[in-house]
Design a protein around this ligand. Structure first.
Ligand code: FES
Length: 127
């Protein structure tokens, strides 16, 4: 899968919201740093977090086992599974929030906002 990514902190800086339909178009026009906005491929069998690291990006994590939410991302476009054994409550998974340490997109393309640990609903869960 080809993943296009955006740093959640950029949304806060620009006053953008996850729900903005043209979020990634705005990001493309905003001259962002390559660590805040860009794209990479995810190899088969890699998690999204591993793929980000292989591409030289330092995305947040702690447990790497689905137990802490530090690695949370929002899937804005595309499909990414949500394995059963993890800490995220259903109301967050229904909103497209996933853990990058235990899964990767399964659609050919995906748009992902990383650094979701700064979203209040997620930071409440941080261990
Ligand atoms: Fe802890 Fe992913 S790093 S849930």
């Amino acid at each position: 899968p080809l993943v296009e990514f955006l740093n959640f902190e950029v949304l806060e800086d620009h006053g953008w919201a996850l729900e903005d339909e043209d979020l990634f178009e705005k990001a493309a026009d905003a001259n962002l740093r390559s660590s805040d906005f860009g794209r990479f491929y995810v190899d088969p069998n890699d998690t999204l977090l591993e793929a980000a690291e292989k591409n030289g990006f330092a995305w947040p994590f702690a447990c790497r086992g689905g137990a802490c939410t530090n690695c949370a991302v929002a899937v804005v476009d595309g499909e990414m599974p949500s394995p059963a054994s993890h800490i995220l409550p259903p109301d967050l998974t229904e909103k497209g929030i996933r853990l990058s340490c235990i899964a990767a997109p399964v659609s050919d393309d995906a748009k992902i906002v990383y650094n979701l640990k700064h979203l209040p609903e997620v930071s409440e869960l941080l261990l």
